[in-house]
Write a protein that binds this ligand. Structure first.
Ligand code: AKB
Length: 310
């Protein structure tokens, strides 16, 4: 049987760091090509690659016989607002490039993450459904929404097997997040251990959908493993993990670090957060490929603090 040769673009980022480890374990180190813009990275088969360099990407795919691409390079919501042209270029152009190569070189599968940022004020705040109105208020959200439609277009017109998940805020203890609105939910753990205090840039009752990274990695692997005929959504699947506000995560941390305190110094990210749903309905993902989250706020907090204190 032909071995999969997998290219991960954005391998040094928050998702990429852990996905690369998981894919190396499953497929063997020799078959995973981890790429990022930095000159040097970890592990074998590391490639320095600019996600916007179409020719270089084409060459890498041909040279290494790549048959699957995981495109993770992106500019997140908060950073994206600081340079909207760069955010649009990176988030959309890199996807267009990968989809074109997937079509021309007949790749077997592509994975690309979307986000809850595609939703805006006119979507339901609670249990926001798969097909809710998506009127994003950030360039990041707009780029993810456009990207979702391009995924669907390449599937419908050219049969490209591209699969996608609308991630909520992701929390992990390995690589830091890269400039999103939900970054506070990672930083709070680091500061709790270091200073027993955190100044939060969101209001303390601002509830958002979140997910622990082990669940996010498992969701990607399960989606990519699902039989093609089960995939009924070719834009991007809603998936839920847990939902909480800064006051909830502070209370969960306090159970382990009794002296922990939090205050708030709200900034521009509050307006972004307020435009997003507080919780997500992921019934379609459950029905199509059996999605079920494993972690809640309490189990994640225990695991985060244990790992960060190690
Ligand atoms: C962000 O905050 O921008 C991201 C996201 C929700 O996609 N974590």
């Amino acid at each position: 049987m032909k071995k999969d040769h997998i290219l991960i673009i954005g391998a040094l980022g928050q998702i990429g760091t852990e996905l690369t480890i998981a894919l190396r374990e499953i497929h063997g180190e020799a078959n995973i090509f981890a790429a990022d813009i930095q000159a040097t990275g970890s592990g074998p088969n590391y490639l320095c690659l600019d996600a916007l360099d179409h020719q270089q990407l084409e060459k890498v795919v041909k040279e290494h016989g790549i048959n699957q691409i995981y495109l993770l390079a992106a500019m997140l919501s908060a950073n994206g607002e600081k340079d909207i042209n760069a955010a649009w270029r990176l988030n959309v152009q890199s996807l267009m490039s990968v989809l074109q190569i997937a079509k021309e070189q007949k790749l077997d599968k592509v994975f690309w993450p979307s986000s809850i940022a595609i939703f805006g004020h006119n979507a339901a705040k609670h249990n926001c459904r798969q097909h809710a109105r998506a009127e994003p208020v950030t360039v990041y959200g707009i780029s993810k929404k456009a990207g979702e439609h391009f995924c669907n277009y390449y599937f419908e017109h050219y049969g490209v097997d591209v699969r996608s998940l609308r991630f909520p805020g992701l929390i992990s203890y390995t690589a830091p997040p890269g400039g999103g609105t939900t970054d506070y939910a990672v930083d709070i753990y680091h500061q709790a251990i270091k200073n027993q205090h955190y100044s939060c840039f969101l209001k303390e009752d601002c509830c958002l959908p979140m997910m622990y990274m082990p669940d996010a990695i498992r969701a990607i692997l399960e989606l990519m493993d699902a039989p093609k005929e089960n995939i009924t959504i070719r834009t991007s699947y809603n998936i839920a993990g847990m939902s909480f506000a800064p006051c909830d995560i502070a209370a969960a941390i306090k159970k382990h670090i009794p002296d922990f305190t939090m205050d708030t110094q709200v900034d521009f990210r509050q307006a972004i957060a307020q435009s997003w749903p507080a919780s997500i309905d992921d019934a379609q993902a459950s029905a199509d490929w059996g999605w079920k989250p494993g972690y809640d706020l309490q189990s994640m907090t225990k695991d985060m603090l244990e790992n960060l204190q190690r």
